[in-house]
Design a protein around this ligand. Structure first.
Ligand code: NOJ
Length: 574
């Protein structure tokens, strides 16, 4: 193959019929994450919105994805970019109206794209009327029992009820003030103080969320991404807990803002509690009342995969994000291990494995793979971080990593902009930052703004085609001009062209529903497997390796004659 060619995907015009058991759409789907604030702005306020999404859905159909997942667009004061919901059954005016949502959903379905919406059940916004009622109610009242209100420790209740820390930094408890101005009880928030945790021991909370699920299911959504699925139920008595310190290197470190749960840390009282599974069993039944294979996808930072797979047993959720895969360093043994472990674990419960490399909470993977081993980078990267990624190397590895990922059986998630090869934006000014992590740690952790910068549609024009007004809620870097969708559409070797080709070939060869067979004989540095009629090789070593016989379907970089260069992946058919 001399160059990457793009191929248009067949436009189906109608949503494909739902599958029979074992062939449901979510088993093999490629799902594209739209982060509404940063996708496309239709009204010029510098924040993306629902009509902006509707207008650009054809670009996603052309890309070749099967579904979109929308991060929250519900009513919210936006203290955590919408993951602080004040009304679960309405659209925030920042993003439009319920009618805009219905139009977007209809347009997506007409293009053959399914739509998953984000549900945030671990916590509400502190602006939510449930929490405001709780604050206005007496200690021990029914309204307070929907959240975690507790008396403080110490002589005058001046100390938090336990030692838990917020994921965003600082204590996980905030003290309230009584109507007469005296200090009151404390409430729990695993995230920002504007995100009080709901108490899932309350049957009332269960009832509210059944209603919320039905509200969106009745409107026609195809499923939900469940925020903090592993944190909803807490250990009885809320005992103190001192987590093991985690390192921050690419070789074996968390790259995320949320601690993941592993076998080595079985004692955490806030994550991965057994009782959480009952909630998903209940929701499974609610979804089963509806036609069309509606699906739940859990955001559960739980490892190893065997433990994570318990969230997708046949009566629980349909999918769960495979963050162990996302956190895997660019190392052949680690990559083989995580793929094998994931397939074994998910096959064991009859669920598809999912695969993901980027999302709105982690450093974009072209930047992540450009950071050398040993670089601490678990909490964002910014101007004062004492190291810089190797950009060219990072992008090359990212393209190879995606070429491997899209050949794997199961369902894959893409994050908006990764199809353009966008890097993390490192040089955001402090004054522009909005992530609560940045504020709660006094600037010690940069947080996630760098992966959330509005994406470029055009090389020229106001805010690179994001907004006609030229506004953008986070400043866009000048390199967006060379990575905009219109530029990359015309370049056969661009990352966009590679993604289109990968998605078209994946669909044509039914790789999502295939079976993986490991191949031997290519050396320790080459990850080699077969799925259907495709042989996939990824060279993670330091020297080129000979290519086997067969027709090259695609490769993540130009090939070197009959050799597979380093940091390059290839698909070969018989
Ligand atoms: C996970 C979401 O992906 C993240 O963006 C959010 O800040 C936390 N959960 C809290 O809702």
């Amino acid at each position: 193959m001399t160059e990457i060619q793009t191929r248009a995907r067949t436009a189906e015009g109608l949503l494909p019929a739902s599958g029979s058991t074992g062939h449901e759409w979510w088993r093999t789907a490629v799902i594209y994450q739209v982060y509404p604030r940063s996708f496309a702005d239709s009204n010029g306020d510098g924040v993306g919105d629902l009509p902006g999404i509707t207008a650009h859905l054809p670009a996603l159909q052309e890309l070749g994805v099967d579904a979109v997942w929308l991060s929250p667009f519900m009513t919210s004061p936006q203290r955590d970019a919408g993951y602080d919901v004040a009304d679960y059954c309405d659209v925030d005016p920042l993003f439009g109206t319920l009618d805009d949502f219905d139009r977007m959903l209809e347009a997506a379905h007409a293009l053959g794209l399914r739509v998953i919406v984000d549900l945030v059940p671990n916590h509400t916004s502190s602006d939510h009327r449930w929490f405001q009622e709780a604050l206005a109610s007496a200690e021990g009242s029914e309204a307070r029992s929907h959240y975690w209100f507790r008396d403080g420790k110490g002589e005058n209740g001046e100390l938090p009820p336990n030692n838990w820390e917020s994921v965003f930094g600082g204590p996980a408890w905030t003290r309230t003030t009584n109507a007469d101005g005296t200090p009151g009880q404390w409430y729990l928030h695993l995230f920002d103080s504007s995100q009080p945790d709901l108490n899932w021991e309350s049957p009332w909370v269960w009832e509210q969320f059944r209603g919320i699920l039905r509200f969106w299911l009745d409107r026609g959504v195809d499923g939900f991404r469940i925020d903090v699925a592993h944190g909803m139920v807490k250990a009885k008595g809320l005992p103190d807990y001192t987590p093991e310190q985690r390192g921050g290197s690419l070789s074996g470190a968390s790259v995320t803002l949320e601690p993941d749960i592993s076998d080595e840390e079985p004692g955490s009282p806030m994550w991965a509690q057994e009782g959480g599974h009952d909630i998903f069993r209940d929701w499974h039944k609610v979804l089963a009342e509806y036609d069309g294979d509606r699906a739940l996808c859990g955001e559960a930072w739980v490892s190893p995969p065997a433990k994570l797979a318990r969230y997708v047993r046949s009566d629980e959720m349909q999918q769960t994000f495979n963050f162990t895969y996302l956190e895997t360093p660019w190392n052949p043994d680690a990559l083989r291990d995580v793929i094998a472990e994931s397939l074994a674990a998910f096959n064991g419960v009859g669920a598809p494995s999912t695969w993901v490399l980027s999302n709105h909470d982690v450093i974009r993977h072209p930047t992540r793979f450009g950071l050398m081993d040993g670089s601490p980078q678990g909490h964002g990267i910014g101007p004062k971080t004492p190291y810089r990624p190797n950009k060219a190397l990072g992008l090359q590895r990212a393209r190879a990593a995606t070429t491997v990922m899209l050949a794997l059986p199961g369902s894959a998630y893409l994050y908006q902009g990764e199809e353009l090869g966008l890097p993390e934006v490192i040089d955001l000014p402090d004054s522009a930052r909005q992530d609560p992590t940045w504020f709660r740690t006094g600037g010690e952790r940069y947080g996630r703004d760098g992966c959330r910068v509005p994406i470029p549609w055009t090389a020229s024009g106001p805010s690179y085609g994001f907004s006609d007004s030229g506004k953008s809620w986070l400043p866009q870097p000048s390199e967006w001009a060379t990575m905009a969708r219109d530029v990359e559409s015309d370049e056969p070797d661009s990352t966009l062209s590679l993604y289109k080709l990968l998605l078209a070939e994946r669909e044509e060869r039914s790789l999502g529903g295939g079976t993986l067979e490991w191949l031997e004989g290519y050396g320790d540095d080459v990850v080699a497997f077969r799925n259907g009629d495709v042989t996939v090789l990824a060279n993670l070593g330091r020297a080129s390796v000979p290519l086997p016989a067969g027709e090259v379907v695609l490769s993540s970089e130009q090939l070197d004659g009959d050799e597979l260069p380093t940091d390059t992946a290839v698909w070969i058919s018989d």
